[in-house]
Design a binder for this molecule. Structure first.
Ligand SMILES: [Fe+2]
Length: 164
């Protein structure tokens, strides 16, 4: 692949994750509001603040490319978020709601981890050192969020779902 093509692919994937982060930013407050456990709600609220930072970092990466920040419809994230909304509707008021919300959030995180891992590697290959660092920072936060969600799942959210 020529450098020009990889740069185009990088720019395209950047638009994809920019669109995704903005969708996540609007989905997180709804998920926080729906969560029954205060710990899960706090985790969603914390990640909402981090996500604002993720959007800002992506805008810096666009600047690094001399491009205007612009999103491109990402069907994958729309599907993952739609699944989360379905869980919220179907399990409203039920003990398994939080387990379902947690699972939906982890699907989001895993999508982001895949994207940021790829983008970070491409940025480094393209010699976009500053962008690679920014993308790596966000990747680290997505991974930490995923781990925090796993801990929450192990610490009671799933047991609560089973209890009733
Ligand atoms: Fe993010």
């Amino acid at each position: 692949m020529t450098e020009k093509n990889l740069k185009e692919l990088f720019h395209d994937t950047l638009k994809d994750i920019y669109f995704a982060e903005k969708k996540i930013l609007s989905a997180l407050p709804k998920m926080a509001k729906a969560a029954q456990s205060s710990e899960l709600r706090a985790a969603f609220e914390k990640h909402e603040r981090e996500t604002e930072e993720h959007v800002t970092r992506l805008e810096q990466v666009f600047a690094d490319l001399d491009e205007t920040p612009r999103g491109k419809t990402c069907d994958a994230i729309l599907g993952i978020i739609a699944e989360g909304q379905e869980v919220m509707k179907e399990f409203k008021g039920k003990p398994a709601l939080d387990a379902g919300l947690l699972a939906a959030a982890q699907a989001v995180e895993h999508y982001e981890i895949a994207r940021y891992g790829t983008l970070k590697t491409w940025a480094a290959e393209l010699g976009l050192t500053q962008s690679a660092t920014l993308l790596e920072t966000t990747l680290g936060e997505e991974k930490k969020t995923d781990e925090a969600l796993t801990e929450l799942a192990q610490s009671g959210v799933n047991q609560h779902a089973e209890a009733a």
